[in-house]
Design a protein around this ligand. Structure first.
Ligand SMILES: *Cc1c(COP(=O)(O)O)cnc(C)c1O
Length: 360
């Protein structure tokens, strides 16, 4: 027997499954499984990557100053309280490793993002799963689950895969009610889809126990570049800067993100198109007897009668060349998560669901 063994918790991790991106024997595949932006990245971001190609031999910036300045300008947050990561995922993981370990608890809700238990196990902490109320986060239930062992509470707002969100007053109540040693991590992967929502920035500014994360993978259409950021109290940003790799972000990714964040017109266009086609799709599915909660993100959680119907619909969609996400692993076996595509994508998936329901 080898004595070379991984740290506690690591073998508890169930491997993350990303959304599929191809179907055997299908050509015209419509991928609606990973909440990518159907309109793609800003032209300015594409051009920045092309320019960056001329400098591939250079090491990238270590302090990400230019990107942090751009984020600070656009989102009105202090640049010195921003840290950038390899996707927001790296930051969520680094927060877990910095603030939780063996004997500590990391709290999240039953339909929460499936990376949260992975981050908890990876640092040896114990994941604590809290029930939601009808697919909506329940602040009282989270507070009741917290103890002196709680070091991190992960909350995505809007949430994935439910698409629901809770209001600012509720988040503030959560932040104020947490045990002293617990950090509230507001995962804002979908925050930009909500017009006028600050992603929790005001809460970060006024408290010392809240960090918010954002990503370039969703509305900015830069999932392939792996880049995200966080805004938090100075001491927490300092801790994150100590443990991240000095060259964690590649130069083309930094250049793309800086151009993308400054292209506020593209952002507004993507937000408006998403809202328009999300409403259209939710209505079209509703007419077919497929219910969904009001979504604040760029996907719809379509609810079917039971798991068998959801799986049968998924099989039909796959035969039609459409990939959506099964979410049984999120405790939602009767649901499918469908990314809001562009107009043709939304029309195509609605038509395929209508065929499945015998109503096309
Ligand atoms: C997509 C997503 C992320 C972001 O992942 P990146 O590492 O930034 O690509 C984080 N949280 C949630 C809930 C997500 O859905």
């Amino acid at each position: 027997m080898t004595e070379i063994t991984p740290q506690p918790g690591i073998m508890e991790i169930a491997l993350y499954k990303g959304g599929a991106s191809s179907l055997a024997g299908q050509t015209n595949v419509l991928k609606l499984s990973s909440n990518e932006n159907p309109l793609g990245a800003s032209d300015a971001a594409r051009e920045a990557v092309v320019r960056a190609a001329l400098e591939l031999h250079r090491y990238p910036s270590t302090d990400h100053a230019a990107l942090r300045a751009a984020i600070g300008d656009v989102w009105d947050v202090p640049a010195e309280q921003i840290v950038c990561g390899v996707g927001s995922g790296e930051i969520l993981k680094n927060l877990s490793e910095a603030y939780a370990g063996e004997g500590d608890e990391v709290v999240f809700t039953e339909h929460g993002f499936s990376m949260y238990p992975i981050y908890a196990h990876a640092c040896g902490a114990t994941p604590v799963v809290v029930e939601e109320r009808e697919r909506v986060v329940d602040v009282d239930a989270i507070l009741a689950a917290c103890s002196f062992r709680t070091k991190i509470v992960f909350l995505a707002n809007p949430a994935n895969p439910t698409g629901t969100m809770i209001g600012q007053a509720e988040i503030a109540r959560l932040a104020d009610g947490l045990p002293k040693a617990a950090l509230l991590v507001l995962d804002g992967a979908y925050a930009e889809f909500v017009d006028g929502y600050d992603g929790g920035a005001a809460l970060v500014a006024s408290r010392d126990n809240v960090v918010m994360t954002r990503t370039f993978s969703k509305i900015y259409g830069l999932g392939g570049q792996r880049i995200g950021w966080a805004y938090g109290p100075r001491d927490i940003i300092d801790v994150l800067n100590r443990i991240r790799g000095p060259f964690n972000l590649a130069a083309p990714a930094l250049a793309a993100a800086e151009a993308a964040v400054r292209d506020t017109a593209h952002l507004a266009h993507c937000r408006a198109e998403n809202a328009k086609w999300r409403e259209w799709l939710a209505h079209a599915l509703g007419e077919l007897g497929v219910a969904s909660d009001t979504s604040s993100a760029n996907f719809i959680l379509a609810r079917f009668a039971d798991q068998a119907e959801a799986e049968a619909c998924d099989d039909h969609l796959r035969n039609e060349g459409i990939i959506v996400r099964r979410v049984a692993g999120y405790g939602l076996p009767n649901c499918l998560r469908i990314t809001v595509g562009d107009e043709s994508g939304c029309r195509r998936v609605a038509h395929a669901v209508a065929q499945f329901k015998g109503q096309a």
